[in-house]
Design a protein. Structure first.
Lengths: 193, 423
């Protein structure tokens, strides 16, 4: 992992966070930005307790090393690994999985086939347009669409659960398409995450 | 056509100081025949807490069917028919007037009496007397408004009925029940996770709703007295409950097999039967008043439209053809009209379709109007709208002429459901 890539990733994470903050995202939507151990805010937060605890600099290092170690051991959390990408976005009133998200789904299929004890929950979401009950059904269809893509790649139903939140977890008051499209998605969430 | 518009903020002078709801009434449509009506402030003997004639006047005003006359300029304050000086009220052009009084009785009871009078014929049209506890004042005012409305229009009044809705406050979701004027709101259940799709049992004693408290949608039934049971908690989503007109069954939506499909289940949670079988989304069931049909929304034709299936499941017909996106069917109490949410060029609005002719009229003017619900007399539709970035309730008369907004302060209100008439 070289430094320029690291910085560009950090930058894009920050831009993402700002974009999401602009449309008042709920914590659900913040998933892409939740790469906490890489952001400066998280780093300084990690430093603070160490200062309070009588300037134990070893503890500060430990946090940093631990973070790297976690990423190295857990490909699901490593921002440089495609498995850290968990959001499949959809068009309005559509459950068609777009080609651009195939690599993400293929990566998760490969991981699930290699780790037969791993389980995912696919959470379908919609934007606020349309009625709540229809959106609940539409969100379900989005999670099922991702499940079917995983099935086609050989993943068994026993490793997958599909649920829908409809529009209930959507960022409120989206006024433009850029914000609304963040809500039209299925999230891949691993069990015990 | 001449159009006039009356916009009134009633909170200041029509509702009491303890009121929680700001109500804005907007009446459009110049051909409205409004009956000139005087509600004389009720005489208050003793010290009752609230002036209930204000509540009566506000109820009647909200229908848009009456022109409530300003009574401040009239010298006399009759409290019963024998005290009326008719010339004064005829000069105000009143056709009908109500007089009444509230007396404090011993033992913390109140005696409320009123008379509705035909000013031209100088005769009593109706009159009632109630012996009540002080906390029944509001309810009594609504009953008086119902009696006046029924006498003057020939139709059942709806002011004594109740509404339910979901209110999101401080990050929590609450199922609330309030008087039809939005006052007297009480929370039935609250949760950190979403609550959606409240619907009244036909006898008004229970509400079925969907709660995400177990991280997935499950249908609960809760009585107003607080008894709460799980109706449906099958694998997948459990949602969109709809009571049969006799209250013995509910149509529900499950993703048990795969995609959202309609099922029928007994009100006690037994005897689950599939009703539709498609590879599309079938959801939002609602029964016709004669219980023969269940209307629902489906995207089986590509875009969401309204369909109906016979309660046996044998017959199926498409109902809406106009517009590319129709959802949330609700059938009027007389079975003649279908209310729905229509995507009208990117604006989601409440529309009404005449089932015999197929003609559709768009009734609301917002961009995110949802959840239409008929008043029990079918004259008014309550729906959810968005106002300054939060959810609020609005109402529109079935003829589209009278529009109202009802806005509980400090909340984010959605999914209103109008309860049945309580006898």
């Amino acid at each position: 992992m070289n430094k320029p890539t690291w910085n560009s990733k950090l930058l894009s994470t920050l831009v993402m966070a700002l974009l999401l903050a602009a449309c008042k995202s709920t914590p659900m939507v913040d998933k892409p930005a939740a790469v906490e151990d890489k952001s400066p805010a998280a780093a300084s937060a990690a430093t603070k307790p160490a200062e309070v605890a009588a300037a134990d600099t070893a503890a500060v290092k430990e946090v940093v090393i631990d973070g790297t170690a976690t990423n190295a051991n857990n490909p699901l959390k490593d921002p440089s690994n495609i498995l850290s990408k968990r959001n499949i976005y959809f068009d309005f009133d559509s459950d068609a999985v777009k080609a651009e998200f195939r690599p993400i789904i293929e990566a998760h299929a490969k991981y699930l086939l290699a780790n037969r004890t791993a389980k995912v929950v696919l959470q379908g979401n919609t934007d606020e347009r349309g009625t709540r009950e229809y959106n609940l059904s539409l969100g379900q269809r989005r999670s099922v669409a991702v499940k079917k893509s995983l099935n086609l790649l050989g993943v068994q139903d026993a490793q997958i659960e599909t649920v829908s939140f409809g529009e209930e977890k959507a960022s409120a008051n989206c006024t433009d398409e850029a914000c609304a499209k963040q809500n039209r998605r299925a999230d891949i969430v691993y069990e015990n995450e | 056509m001449h159009t006039f518009r009356i916009t009134l903020l009633l909170i200041a002078f029509l509702l009491s100081a303890t009121s929680h709801a700001a109500l804005e009434i907007e009446i459009t449509g110049g051909s409205a025949q409004q009956l000139p009506l005087a509600i004389v402030p009720f005489a208050q003997v003793g010290n009752p807490t609230d002036n209930l004639s204000n509540i009566v006047a506000a109820d009647l005003k909200r229908t848009g069917m009456f022109r409530l006359l300003e009574t401040g300029g009239v010298v006399s304050r009759p409290a019963e028919i024998s005290q009326i000086k008719y010339a004064e009220w005829a000069a105000l052009q009143a056709q009908a007037m109500a007089v009444g009084k509230v007396e404090v009785l011993t033992g913390n009871r109140l005696n409320v009496s009123f008379q509705l009078v035909d000013v031209l014929k100088q005769t009593q049209l109706t009159g009632m007397q109630y012996n009540i506890a002080p906390n029944q004042l509001r309810a009594t005012a609504h009953k008086i408004a119902d009696a006046i409305y029924q006498k003057l229009t020939g139709e059942a009044g709806i002011f004594a009925s109740r509404i339910a809705y979901i209110n999101k406050m401080n990050g929590r979701y609450a199922l609330q029940v309030a008087d039809a004027d939005g006052e007297n709101a009480l929370t039935m259940v609250s949760s950190k996770e979403p609550i959606i799709s409240p619907v009244w049992s036909p006898d008004g004693s229970k509400i079925a709703y969907v709660s995400f408290e177990k991280k997935k949608p499950i249908i609960y039934v809760q009585s107003l007295s607080g008894q709460r049971t799980v109706l449906a908690s099958f694998k997948g989503n459990n949602s969109a409950p709809a009571w049969s007109p006799d209250g013995t069954k509910l149509a529900i939506v499950l993703t048990y097999a795969a995609n959202s499909q309609l099922y029928i289940i007994n009100a006690d949670g037994t005897d689950l039967k599939p009703l539709t079988k498609s590879s599309a989304i079938d959801t939002e069931p609602t029964w016709s008043p004669d219980a023969n049909w269940i209307y629902f929304s489906s995207d089986r034709g590509g875009r969401p439209q309204i369909y109906k299936v016979s309660s046996s499941g044998a017959e199926l017909q498409r109902v809406t053809f106009e517009g590319g996106y129709n959802l949330s069917p609700r059938i009027s109490p007389d079975g003649k009209s279908l209310a729905m949410v229509r995507n009208d060029g990117g604006k989601f609005r409440v529309a009404l379709q005449d089932l015999a002719s197929g003609q559709v009229q768009v009734l609301s003017e917002g961009g995110q109007d949802e959840s239409p619900s008929f008043a029990p007399n079918g004259r008014v539709l309550l729906y959810a709208t968005r106002l300054a970035g939060h959810g609020a309730l609005a109402a529109v008369s079935a003829d589209g002429r009278v529009k109202q907004r009802l806005n509980e302060t400090g909340g984010d209100i959605r999914e209103p459901a109008w309860g049945p008439l309580i006898k």
